[in-house]
Design a binder for this molecule. Structure first.
Ligand SMILES: Nc1ncnc2c1ncn2[C@@H]1O[C@H](COP(=O)(O)OP(=O)(O)O)[C@@H](O)[C@H]1O
Ligand SMILES: [Mg+2]
Length: 257
């Protein structure tokens, strides 16, 4: 299908008192694409994710996911429909092993929470699925480590494994490489590229590291004061004088990668 849009956002707004944090955003996301959302601090990126994932109620507008308006639905319903979000902050159980973290997420998706609670370990299909995810993210060697003891970069990868355990169609990554070493950043980029090649996922990525954005995104949406400034191919966005202006002179440094 030429116009197979997984996500269609229409006139989406979020007001906090007198502050329009998201100001009438329209966005069509094609199934399977990786779209980056960038913009200066306070531009509305996180609020936009909060609206898509159901953590905040929109003031106005529509969020069509596979053609169905999900605006205002609770987060767990949106997650079950296939929208999953990683957080800027680690969101894993530090006392559990890496394997258990992923098994809990798989179990939750399969709706086997009660059985999980009653058993010493996860059932074989859950174990198998979790093992596959760990393999996919090159985390198998850390499976039995306590999640609190592994490196920051590895924790963020576990978090991505937990997101994928929900079997999402649309994955919202919030600054997936924030705070990472260059090596760890390279791993995340390769990993997301690998996931992109499976064709199973559509990614939205907010990210400050422009090298990551240019390595991954087929299109970039620039938010400025909550509104869409430009939505286009990376090379076009990089060359746009309005984008440089929005970054208040930091554009050369930030967009020059
Ligand atoms: N829970 C909130 N209550 C009030 N204002 C908020 C809240 N969350 C965000 N904002 C405001 O909305 C604007 C956009 O913030 P945010 O979405 O966090 O931007 P970004 O993620 O692009 O840095 C900012 O002016 C911020 O202060
Ligand atoms: Mg933010």
């Amino acid at each position: 299908m030429a116009d197979d849009f997984i996500l269609q956002v229409r006139g989406l707004s979020k007001r906090f008192g007198g502050n329009l944090a998201v100001a009438g955003v329209d966005l069509d996301v094609r199934r399977g694409e990786t779209l980056a959302i960038i913009g200066p601090n306070g531009a509305g990126k996180t609020t936009f994710y909060n609206l898509l994932s159901g953590r905040m109620l929109p003031t106005q507008g529509q969020i069509l996911f596979n053609g169905k308006d999900i605006a205002g639905l609770p987060p767990h319903v949106i997650s079950r429909l296939g929208v999953s979000r990683s957080f800027q902050i680690n969101n894993i159980f530090t006392e559990m092993s890496v394997r258990e973290n992923v098994e809990v997420a798989v179990t939750a998706r399969r709706g086997e929470g009660r059985r999980w609670a009653n058993r010493a370990g996860a059932n074989p299909p859950v174990r198998q699925e979790a093992a596959q995810l760990l393999e996919q993210l090159s985390l198998s060697h850390l499976a039995e480590q306590r999640a609190g003891t592994i490196s920051y970069g590895d924790k963020r990868l576990v978090e991505i494994a937990v997101v994928l355990a929900t079997q999402p169609q649309l994955v919202l990554l919030d600054e997936p490489t924030a705070g990472m070493t260059p090596d760890e950043t390279g791993r995340v980029v390769e990993l997301v590229q690998g996931l992109m090649r499976t064709g199973r996922y559509t990614f939205l990525i907010t990210e400050h590291d422009m090298r990551v954005v240019f390595d991954l995104a087929s299109r970039i949406l620039v938010l400025h004061h909550g509104a869409s400034l430009i939505l286009d191919a990376p090379a076009v966005v990089r060359a746009d004088p309005r984008v440089r202006e929005a970054y208040l002179g930091h554009a050369d440094a930030e967009l020059g990668a």
